[in-house]
Design a protein around this ligand. Structure first.
Ligand code: ADP
Length: 418
């Protein structure tokens, strides 16, 4: 095991794992901190749900993940947060970095949420979302982590005990050796953490190279683009070409969709044009009518012949109407539980290929199926790979959060497994 990662949310963990697999590292994502030893892999990403919990709890969970990764032989560690640096002045990014550094006995790390391909760039310490400063983007109104300052040095300084410095674009542009010199100078200056500028993938490669052997790297998923090259150079990634390979999975295929995003609505509409689909009615579900049973009966009659879709996905005006009637949280929860029961029913009928649309929906399905770890396979669309669940039965899972994927995502994903 070469790289041990701790991610502060589930879809962020998949994003990071997908990036590492793309770089040639065989990767496992675990859901929470496992009890059992890690399966054979080059990198493990422990997915926590620690972004917005109390800082002390985030620290505790992150330290537990670190201890498990250390016990499994990881040599370098990566703390993954959101590319918009989602946090409040209390944390959780700063407190978790402080705790991990202390536990690892290291006095220097970087902080770099840049992900240029997704429009997240850092220049002179300021984080941009597309052409806007972070503080002018939609993130300024985020319900849990409103980001009202785009200056990452200031934002991070408010959360950490350590002095925060800046490794500017000019150092990055001069290459890995120059960047390491800048790191050394910052350390001399008493800095424990350096925010690093990055505006392109080649900057991420430089940063990755400069972080070779650094005990702890803290970043979004972008910096992971440049890390596998370090291990390859050291001759530690012999099987790099096969990192995304999953064993062949036979069995029926099912899709459950609880996301109501624009992308998912289009994907469901596209599937329905030519393929079987069953709509879960939120009102009927809330009224106790046997929606799950009806959907299961419908599924049973078809799934042996062809892949089926069961969905609650609806356009915004319908979602609003249902939420007004049932309450947003209650509606969300009963639909998530219904779709999780459906996914379990599909597996009981012999489904071994499952696509789940919706971040929260995916969480509910993974919980219901008792899945503790996923091996990351080939990418379907940017940010969404096929995965294979650990344990019996092995199930191929594509967990797609809201706005990811092209319109023909469902059919194309299933074609990849035939
Ligand atoms: P996304 O990744 O698009 O945010 P999530 O699954 O995380 O998708 O969130 C979607 C939420 O909307 C879930 O809680 C889901 O149960 C709920 N939901 C799905 N369909 C409906 C509907 N028709 N009316 C109201 N809420 C719905």
């Amino acid at each position: 095991m070469l790289l041990g990662c701790i991610a502060d949310d589930f879809t962020g963990a998949t994003d990071l794992a997908n990036m590492l697999v793309g770089g040639g590292m065989r990767c496992i994502q675990t859901i929470g901190v496992p009890r059992e030893p890690a399966p054979d892999a080059d990198a493990v990403v422990v997915a926590l749900k620690s972004r917005t919990i109390a800082p002390q709890d985030a620290v505790e969970q992150s330290l537990a993940a670190l201890a498990w990764l250390k016990a499994n032989g990881c040599r370098q560690f990566y703390f993954k947060y959101c590319s918009t640096f989602d946090s409040t002045p209390k944390g959780n990014i700063g407190p978790v970095i402080d705790a991990l550094m202390q536990a690892l006995g290291t006095s220097f790390t970087i902080a770099c949420p840049a992900f240029p391909e997704a429009g997240r760039t850092i220049f002179r310490g300021y984080l941009y979302v597309g052409d806007m400063l972070l503080s002018e983007s939609g993130m300024k109104d985020h319900p849990l982590t409103p980001m009202k300052d785009a200056n990452l040095v200031r934002v991070l300084q408010a959360q950490t005990r350590q002095k925060v410095g800046l490794a500017r674009f000019d150092s990055v542009a001069r290459g890995a050796a120059a960047l390491r010199e800048r790191f050394a100078a910052l350390q001399q200056d008493g800095c424990g953490i350096a925010v690093v500028d990055a505006v392109s993938n080649s900057d991420l490669d430089t940063i990755g190279a400069a972080c070779a052997g650094m005990p702890l790297v803290t970043a979004g998923s972008g910096v992971a683009l440049g890390l596998p090259a370090n291990f390859r150079k050291a001759g530690q990634l012999a099987h790099a070409g096969e990192a995304a390979r999953l064993p062949r999975i036979d069995g029926y295929a099912g899709i459950v969709s609880g996301s109501c995003s624009v992308a998912t609505n289009a994907q469901v509409a596209e599937w329905k044009k030519t393929r079987p689909a069953f709509r879960i009615d939120a009102r009927k579900l809330a009224a106790g009518e046997a929606q799950v049973q009806a959907a299961l009966d419908w599924t049973r009659a078809r799934i042996a012949r062809e892949p089926v879709l069961v969905y609650a996905t609806s356009p915004p005006e319908q979602v609003k109407a249902v939420q007004a009637e049932l309450g947003a949280e209650h509606a969300g929860r009963i639909i998530e539980q219904a779709l999780a029961a459906l996914a379990q029913g599909m597996v009981e009928l012999g489904a071994r290929k499952l696509i789940v649309a919706g971040g929260e929906t995916a969480g509910a399905v993974v919980n219901r199926l008792g899945i503790k770890a996923l091996r990351i396979g080939p990418q379907i669309d940017p940010g969404v790979p096929w995965t294979l669940s650990a344990g019996e039965p092995a199930i191929a899972l594509a967990l797609k959060s809201g706005n990811f994927g092209e319109t023909d995502f469902f059919a194309r994903a299933l074609e990849m497994l035939t």
